[in-house]
Design a protein around this ligand. Structure first.
Ligand SMILES: [Zn+2]
Length: 106
């Protein structure tokens, strides 16, 4: 994913996704890109109002340029350690991230 594609995705997420706890809008500063591959990215969003956070896997379909978003809304907040763990995991991960996440969630 290049910078332009990431920017489009972040703008899209900001318009479409609100904090699951307080319905506050996310600002650009609340959004962290944890990792990207050519077609996928993992994005962490943390609400500046209540700290509610979500982790997203975002994929780009190269043919039609549509975005697939998978969201896990959890009652549990993600800690900074979780983010670090995820970052370390992604650094060594070499496979189909979307497939992996779907397997984990099902
Ligand atoms: Zn919130």
């Amino acid at each position: 994913m290049n910078f332009k594609e990431l920017k489009i995705i972040i703008n899209f997420l900001r318009k479409k996704i609100q904090c699951p706890n307080c319905a506050n809008c996310y600002f650009e500063k609340d959004i962290s890109v944890l990792n990207t591959t050519r077609n996928e990215g993992v994005i962490f969003m943390e609400c500046s109002k209540c700290g509610g956070n979500i982790l997203l896997s975002v994929g780009l379909d190269q043919k039609v340029k549509t975005k697939k978003i998978m969201m896990k809304n959890s009652d549990q907040l993600i800690s900074s350690n979780d983010v670090l763990d995820m970052h370390n995991f992604l650094k060594s991960f070499n496979g189909d991230l979307e497939e992996y996440i779907i397997k984990k969630l099902s």
